[in-house]
Design a protein around this ligand. Structure first.
Ligand code: ATP
Length: 284
């Protein structure tokens, strides 16, 4: 998964994860999930709290070890790959940016290239380039994370994840903690970035509007990772598989959603003609 290789596909095969925890009652987080993620797509896993989204995501980079089943990146079973190397080749962005508080922005971004053997100078040069890629003013390079806004911290998180030139990126509610306007900017920029980079992105959210705005493919998860529906945003809206999906999309109770073209952007409109979101312009 170097910068020169193509974006990989990801496949979950009969994945089950049971957390034994400290209580008497083990939790079945996901049960027998089989799911294919197309190479080079931005696929969104969306579902309510506790549906197993994070568990699925973290099983890709081996932060979670499945109880049974397996995850394949292209044709490689991740359990047979070196966990440390695997994590260094996969970008990972989470809700709390996970930045190191005592390191300056530039050095936070440079961490993985440094671990991979880049010199300090070349890692920093790359970090500065990436700041521009994610829309950060390079003058922020010498600040500490606490001296940035939430949105800026998330951009640093994205830049850091991109620093190793990953062909696969995992994003766990990365924009959950920022205000709606910044969030919408970040979504638009991520879409553009993915169009340029052509990498495979697996993105977790519980927000259906975010899923519609971002996803080439959307996977709606019900309890224990049950796949209620997988398809493009347009397919989900046109033909929700069942009542669960319809409710999740807000299609129940007279909120008939439909799509309307506005200067090439597909807006999601409710029954009263109010735009409630926009659809990712990219459907493969
Ligand atoms: N380390 C753990 N130990 C015990 N139970 C866990 C652990 N991690 C997750 N779970 C349980 O597994 C289930 C799925 O959790 P997971 O975090 O994968 O869901 P999620 O869809 O990402 O939820 P959220 O949107 O709230 O983050 C939940 O019932 C959760 O309580």
């Amino acid at each position: 998964m170097s910068s020169t290789s193509r974006a990989p596909s990801v496949r979950f095969e009969h994945l089950t994860k049971i957390y034994s925890g400290r209580s008497d009652h083990p939790t079945v987080a996901v049960q027998d999930v089989t799911l294919s993620i197309t190479a080079g797509s931005l696929t969104v896993l969306v579902g309510s709290s506790g549906s197993g989204k994070t568990t699925l995501l973290r099983s890709v980079n081996r932060m979670v070890t499945p109880t049974s089943g397996r995850v394949l990146i292209d044709d490689h079973d991740v359990s047979e790959l070196d966990a440390v190397k695997l994590r260094r080749t996969i970008g990972y962005v989470m809700q709390e940016s996970g930045l190191l508080p005592h390191k300056r922005v530039i050095d936070n971004i440079a961490i993985v290239p440094r671990l991979n053997g880049a010199t300090k100078a070349s890692a920093r040069e790359r970090a500065l380039e990436l700041m521009t890629v994610v829309g950060l003013d390079q003058r922020l390079a010498t600040r500490f994370p606490a001296e940035l806004s939430g949105g800026q911290q998330q951009r640093v998180g994205v830049a850091r994840a991109l620093a190793a030139n990953p062909r696969l990126m995992l994003m766990d509610e990365p924009f959950g903690a920022v205000d709606p306007i910044v969030r919408s900017d970040l979504q638009r920029e991520l879409r553009q970035l993915q169009d340029q980079l052509g990498i495979t992105i697996l993105f977790v959210t519980h927000d259906i509007a975010e899923a519609l705005a971002l996803g080439d493919q959307i996977v709606v998860l019900a309890e224990r990772g049950r796949i209620a529906q997988q398809g493009t945003g347009a397919e989900l809206i046109a033909q929700p598989a069942d009542e669960f999906v319809a409710d999740f999309l807000g299609l129940g109770a007279g909120r008939d959603l439909h799509l309307q073209d506005s200067d090439g952007t597909q807006l999601v409109m409710d029954a009263d003609g109010r735009p409630i979101g926009r659809l990712s312009g990219h459907r493969r």
